[in-house]
Design a protein around this ligand. Structure first.
Ligand SMILES: Nc1ncnc2c1ncn2[C@@H]1O[C@H](COP(=O)(O)OP(=O)(O)O)[C@@H](O)[C@H]1O
Ligand SMILES: O=c1ccn([C@@H]2O[C@H](COP(=O)(O)OP(=O)(O)O)[C@@H](O)[C@H]2O)c(=O)[nH]1
Ligand SMILES: [Mg+2]
Length: 217
């Protein structure tokens, strides 16, 4: 899979990496400060990102939101993305990384919260190869399945994947593909596992010290 997609990723690198490596928003790429925000569907990633943005001045990039925007814009990849999302499957790395890169380059911030990405090991490797940096912090919102299902089914945002059948598939994909990425960062000493059960404010009190103690966070 990685071999097959690597040629399209290479062309992406050629077109954007040079410029990106030199500067992101007029900052050398070593000044980038990236946090990945991971957790199962409905674990509260988006909600906590909102609070981190308010308190610590990050730019929030939700990979799922970028993909949904791409569907809404009726782009060439839109139908493929929609079908993947309906099935709870992971969209190919070159599509998602391209959208994330574009979003990173569009603003003036160098501190990014990347929410819901990387979803699998191939996503992780593609990001590292193209952007050329690793995250400083990886958050993992740890939430029991029943609680995640309940939250997703009550979310009420009109999402095509917020139904029982799709959420069961998403939980399987999360365990099979995303947990290994989480373990990868745990082994690198970058993972902060957060108990995601409790009120939103209570959970943020668990998140806050992680950023408060970081020099550049
Ligand atoms: N701590 C919490 N307790 C109960 N419900 C929550 C909590 N945090 C978020 N929610 C709700 O659960 C749903 C999923 O949250 P969201 O932030 O979208 O999760 P994710 O981005 O991980 O899928 C939303 O409707 C949100 O309002
Ligand atoms: O990097 C990503 C992020 C999301 N998705 C797709 O988009 C869906 C919704 O993702 P999102 O992060 O918005 O869902 P959440 O976990 O917040 O409920 C996922 O199930 C995947 O199908 C993907 O393929 N790659
Ligand atoms: Mg979300």
């Amino acid at each position: 899979m990685w071999r097959r997609t690597s040629s399209s990723i290479s062309s992406l690198i050629c077109s954007s990496r040079k410029a990106f490596f030199k500067q992101v928003n007029n900052q050398p790429s070593e000044n980038l400060f990236i946090t990945f925000v991971l957790g199962g569907p409905g674990s509260g990633k988006g909600t906590q990102c909102g609070k981190i943005v308010e308190t610590f001045g990050y730019s929030h990039i939700s990979a799922g939101e970028l993909l949904r925007r791409e569907i809404a814009s009726k782009s060439a990849d839109g139908t493929m993305i929609l079908n993947r999302i309906k099935e709870g499957k992971i969209v190919p790395s070159e599509v998602t990384v391209k959208l994330i890169l574009r979003e990173m380059e569009s603003g003036s911030n160098s501190k990014f919260l990347i929410d819901g990405f990387p979803r699998n090991d191939e996503n992780r490797r593609a990001f590292e190869e193209i952007v050329g940096v690793e995250p400083e912090i990886v958050l993992f919102f740890d939430c029991p399945d029943e609680e995640m299902v309940k939250r997703v089914l009550n979310r009420n945002q009109g999402r095509v994947d917020d139904n029982y059948d799709t959420v069961v598939k998403r939980l399987k994909v999360f365990k099979k593909h995303n947990l290994p990425v989480i373990n990868y960062y745990a082994n690198k000493g970058k993972l902060h596992k957060i108990d995601a059960v409790g009120t939103e404010d209570k959970i943020f009190e668990r998140v806050r010290p992680i950023f408060a103690s970081m020099r550049r966070a």
